[in-house]
Design a protein around this ligand. Structure first.
Ligand code: NAD
Length: 487
């Protein structure tokens, strides 16, 4: 395994900040060191923000025709695909996911990038012609100058590309704080962005801790907006810190998705969907369907099929081409997930399969957790209420549509839910009643870049992707013109 060493990306170049704290990133699969990271501190943050503000004010980037920005982003997309092998390796090593999963994540991110680039040809604006030919109102959308982006470790690339290309199309300058656990790809994306033609100063990447760089961004007077993806607990802190300087915030937070399976669903498709919903990215997925609500008449048959498939899943290291799931991100997170399993048992849920850290050769040095299913889960239990962020599923049964909707909405989260039924009327009625920003019908975790993504309730504020994703980084300006003098 090649060990990488990197620091920050600033003013179009990589730099190892002098005297900075060092962070050793160990592989979550094997424990081996994969990267030595020179972390940014407040000095680097201040330099990056001041440079971003100056770059914005000089106007070279926002002053380009939007279509030129779009063409640069399309070149960037091509360069990312040309470097897919290297980028997937870095993502897999640092995040612990399989090479195949890392590759899929990056390819999807390039789709998002290309879609965002296409919006450069349709930057919104409108004319308000209220009183005949005398007067004209113009609504134009202008970029917010400097955006601070704070990212999690579970999908280091997707969470970046749901934000960054939209902000760049808008004409903003951006300072990025990836998670220090998974910062390697962000530095490489910035390097490729320079080759594509993004001017120096538009983009900075500062691997650093939440307490130093993250909080510093929220309080910095020259950052105009924080776009955050991470846990609800940290999201609340960020909103409160950003409120002190009246920054705009967009928050993509945690979830506790319910996958609702009605008796008239196509059972094999629903079983496959329910399995993917709680095991994809080893359950470290904000939209995970960690609650399975299944109609009681089909529950035992459904759970038997699901458990059989869950047992057949293979845990493995990034290079294991047959592996379906990787390890948890670090030892403390593995412990946290296993504690949730223990708590579910104590609170009276029935373990159907999994529930342990495997001890088989090749896996004992990593932080793996077996795909785990509990039945008999009731709404008061912790497994029903809290985001576990691992491959753990709780099954609850329901009698009819109204009980299914009531159970699904019995959470303070509101990110994504799924419905499995062959009746379109049921699907539409339940979708409308669900309190979440996204609803999947007869599929799960499938989308297209044109669809806005984001949470309701404690799952967030604002939307990414789609035309809404571009507007998040812009604000409306009204210009009112009197076309003929008013004597
Ligand atoms: P986290 O909230 O612990 O950390 C996210 C980022 O915030 C990291 O970069 C971290 O360094 C930084 N941070 C931590 N404390 C901070 C502070 N006080 N001020 C500023 N920044 C701070 O989340 P995580 O453990 O990295 O990721 C898992 C969480 O992210 C889960 O809850 C998951 O649901 C959520 N998530 C949400 C989405 C979404 O789109 N809604 C996508 C991916 C992950």
């Amino acid at each position: 395994m090649t060990k990488r060493e990197y620091g920050i990306w600033i003013n179009g170049a990589a730099e190892l900040p002098a005297g900075s704290a060092l962070f050793e990133r160990n592989s979550p699969s094997t424990g081996e060191s994969v990267a030595r990271v020179h972390l940014a501190g407040t000095t680097e943050l201040d330099r990056a923000v001041v440079l971003a503000k100056e770059t914005f004010r000089k106007g070279g980037w926002k002053g380009l025709a939007a279509s030129e920005r779009g063409k640069i982003l399309l070149r960037w997309a091509d360069l990312i695909l040309e470097n897919l092998v290297t980028l997937s390796r870095i993502e897999a090593d640092e995040a612990g996911k399989t090479i195949a999963a890392a590759k899929g994540e990056i390819e999807w991110s390039v789709e998002l990038l290309r879609y965002a680039a296409s919006l450069a040809w349709s930057i919104p604006g409108r004319i308000v012609n209220h009183e005949g030919a005398e007067k004209l109102g113009l609504v134009t959308y202008e970029p917010l100058p400097v955006i601070g982006m704070i990212l999690p470790w579970n999908f280091p690339t997707v969470t970046l590309f749901q934000k960054l290309p939209y902000a760049l199309v808008a004409g903003c300058c951006v300072v990025i704080k990836p998670s220090e656990l998974t910062a390697g790809t962000a530095i490489e994306y910035a390097r490729l962005a320079k080759h594509a033609g993004i001017p120096d100063g538009v983009l900075a990447v500062l691997p650093g801790t939440g307490e130093v760089v993250g909080q510093g961004m929220c309080l910095h007077p020259d950052i105009d907006m924080i776009s955050f993806t991470g846990s609800t607990a940290v999201g609340r802190k960020i909103a409160s810190l950003a409120g002190q300087s009246l920054k705009k915030v967009a928050l993509e937070l945690g979830g506790k998705g319910a996958n609702i399976v009605f008796a008239d669903a196509h059972l094999d498709a629903a079983v496959a969907g329910a399995l993917a919903a709680f095991t994809i990215n080893q359950g470290e997925e904000c939209c995970a369907g960690g609650r399975l609500l299944v109609q009681e008449t089909i529950a035992s048959e459904f759970v038997a099929k699901l458990a059989e498939k869950a047992k057949a899943l293979k845990l493995g290291t990034p290079d294991d081409v047959d592996a379906d799931l990787g390890p948890m991100i670090h030892a403390q997170h593995q412990r946290k997930v296993l504690d949730y399993v223990e708590k579910a048992r104590e609170e009276g849920a029935t373990l159907v399969t999994g529930g342990r850290a495997p001890t088989s050769p090749g896996l004992h040095d990593g932080y793996f957790v077996e795909p785990t299913i509990f039945t008999g889960v009731e709404p008061h239990m912790t497994i029903f209420r809290e985001e576990i962020f691992g491959p753990v599923l709780g099954v609850t049964t329901f009698k009819d549509v109204s009980e299914a909707v009531a159970l699904a909405n019995l959470t303070h989260y509101g990110l994504a839910n799924g419905i499995w039924t062959s009746n379109l009327d049921t699907a539409m009625a339940v979708s409308s009643a669900l309190e979440s920003g996204f609803v999947y019908v007869n599929t799960y975790l499938e989308t297209v870049p044109q669809l806005p993504f984001g949470g309701s309730k404690s799952s967030g504020l604002g939307r990414e992707n789609g035309p809404d994703g571009l507007l998040e980084f812009m604000q409306a300006k009204s210009t009112f013109i009197r076309l003929r003098p008013n004597p």
